[in-house]
Design a protein around this ligand. Structure first.
Ligand SMILES: O=C(CO)COP(=O)(O)O
Length: 220
């Protein structure tokens, strides 16, 4: 089953009430297409979105900490209480050490939440797969936010990542991201062996996000 995860980053177009409007567009397109579309709004919008729209909601980051003296850190249980059912870990814009990635993953397992570990190349994909997250998302940093789709600019990084992850842990699903926005980008990603995509600006900053989402799923 194809999985689409929409990362809101800190774009104004997905901040505050707009986070709910975009989540509603995702729900509508998910219902009409039958494709799972999840959203990753900012922390402070998680509860707002989960209170309004019934789709899978991810945080953009989680720390591997528990209850206690951890001011300013992001606690998995609090994310779950806010309505999140999963989290990104190690996004290129929020890099972590391997040890911290593992701790964050453990905090998600403990709270029965889904995990997406982002990676920047084939070697880090293999390392992430060894930690058994639900998904690894390969995103070449140089293509993020460019509108140039990874599935066209660097298809080899997707096929090599899928192969590397499969060798280490067959259960891990590989997503890809960076520059994905069109139906042809998603179709190419699936043909290259990805289980779905992680994307942001092409939808969040589109004039009409719902129309952009309809295009994204149109060839699946
Ligand atoms: O970083 C990304 C998603 O997490 C990709 O961003 P863009 O879709 O804007 O290239």
């Amino acid at each position: 089953m194809v999985f689409i995860l929409l990362n809101y980053k800190t774009f104004d177009e997905g901040t505050g009430q707009k986070s709910v409007d975009i989540a509603r567009a995702c729900r509508d397109v998910s219902e009409s297409s039958g494709i799972e579309i999840a959203v990753a709004p900012q922390f402070a919008d998680l509860f707002r979105v989960s209170s309004s729209v019934d789709i899978p909601i991810f945080a953009q980051h989680v720390d591997g900490i528990g209850s206690g003296s951890n001011t300013g850190q992001v606690y998995a249980r609090c994310l779950r209480e806010a309505g999140a059912t999963g989290s990104l870990i190690n996004h290129s814009e929020k890099r972590m050490t391997l040890a911290d990635i593992e701790r964050s993953l453990l905090s998600l397992y403990e709270n029965r939440m889904r995990s997406v570990v982002c990676t920047n190349n084939v070697a880090t994909t293999a390392a992430a797969a060894a930690l058994s997250p639900d998904y690894v998302a390969i995103e070449p940093p140089e293509l993020i936010g460019t509108g140039v789709p990874v599935s066209k600019a660097n298809p080899g990084i997707i096929t090599d990542s899928v192969e590397a992850a499969r060798k280490i842990n067959k259960k891990v699903i590989v997503l890809c991201g960076a520059g994905i926005s069109k139906g042809e980008d998603l179709k190419a990603a699936i043909e290259l062996g990805a289980g779905g995509v992680l994307l942001a600006s092409g939808i969040i900053k589109a004039k009409d996000p719902k129309v952009a989402l309809e295009d994204l799923v149109s060839l699946i």
